[in-house]
Design a binder for this molecule. Structure first.
Ligand SMILES: Nc1nc2c(ncn2[C@@H]2O[C@H](COP(=O)(O)OP(=O)(O)OP(=O)(O)O)[C@@H](O)[C@H]2O)c(=O)[nH]1
Ligand SMILES: [Mg+2]
Length: 266
């Protein structure tokens, strides 16, 4: 097994996530009016489910959320992933060939949770390889370069192709403007107006980031982790409630028909 994969699995199995990967307060969006996800706290059922898991301390399923990072070549996708997962920034461009992935372990409300982050190649010649890894993504991050309006205009096509190739049901969508450090305040403000319009059109949450300075990179991934975790736990809780209800109805039905125990198979 390659070294990168081995260390990823080891990270998932570790007892506790590092301090800067523990989330106990729901992280907000970049701006409240730049998101379709009007969520500012964990759901009641998520809190309940987390307490349940801690009390039973039993074996639970591995909670893994698949995140894909897409966008034009050279917009800074690899740098965003490297800044978050390895805390590094490399000014020398090396194009991604096909795809790479990292796994980041979190503890959300003291429950282990993992983001599997797929960094894909933006170059046209690698597109079909990269698309074969889009399947079942829970989150799609579309990256553009804040200094290139053209890369912003390409985001809609990237997203459309990703939605088709991933076959995902309602993934969370993020529009991320990279290289924030290269723009002065005034120039940035004009770009932001356009970016927010595109984000609205894509039904995406917008974030400006800089991998060079680290601005907003951690906050973006904390937000992704919290939103998806809440979704998973809420669904788990609802499923459990539904299966208990089905069990109760089955017992009632068996009692009515005088069959309290399941019949042995003949
Ligand atoms: N100043 C600045 N430069 C950045 C930033 N992020 C990326 N870059 C530079 O932009 C170039 C491209 O970055 P990558 O992350 O390799 O781009 P990519 O989107 O992964 O490109 P492909 O792998 O070809 O799809 C590199 O030279 C980076 O150093 C940033 O936040 N600030
Ligand atoms: Mg890359």
């Amino acid at each position: 097994m390659p070294q990168a994969q081995r260390s990823s699995i080891f990270k998932m199995l570790k007892d506790q996530a590092p301090e800067d990967r523990q989330i106990n307060i729901f992280p907000g969006p970049y701006k409240p009016d730049c998101t379709p996800y009007q969520k500012f706290d964990f759901s009641e059922s998520t809190y309940k489910k987390c307490l349940e898991e801690q009390e039973t301390a039993g074996v639970t399923w591995l909670k893994l959320c698949k995140v894909i990072v897409i966008g034009d070549t050279c917009v800074g996708k690899t740098c965003i992933v490297n800044r978050f997962c390895r805390r590094i920034f490399d000014a020398n461009y090396k194009s991604t060939i096909g795809v790479d992935f990292e796994v980041e372990r979190f503890d959300v409300l003291n429950v282990a949770y993992n983001l599997q982050i797929w960094d894909t190649a933006g170059q046209e010649r690698f597109k079909s390889i990269a698309q074969s890894y889009y399947r079942a993504a829970h989150v799609i991050i579309v990256v553009f370069d804040l200094t290139s309006l053209q890369s912003l205009h390409h985001c809609q096509t990237w997203l459309r192709e990703a939605l088709t190739a991933s076959h995902s049901m309602c993934p969370f969508i993020f529009l991320v403007g990279s290289k924030r450090d290269l723009l002065k305040k005034y120039a940035y403000r004009n770009v932001e107006i356009n970016a927010i319009k595109v984000a609205e059109k894509l039904n995406a949450e917008y974030w400006p980031v800089s991998s060079k300075t680290g601005k907003n990179v951690n906050n973006l991934f904390y937000r992704i982790a919290a939103l998806t975790f809440d979704n998973f736990m809420r669904n788990e809780h609802e499923l459990r409630k539904a299966s208990i209800e089905i069990g109760r109805n089955l017992i009632k039905f068996n009692k009515k028909s005088g069959e309290h125990r399941p019949k042995k198979c003949l």
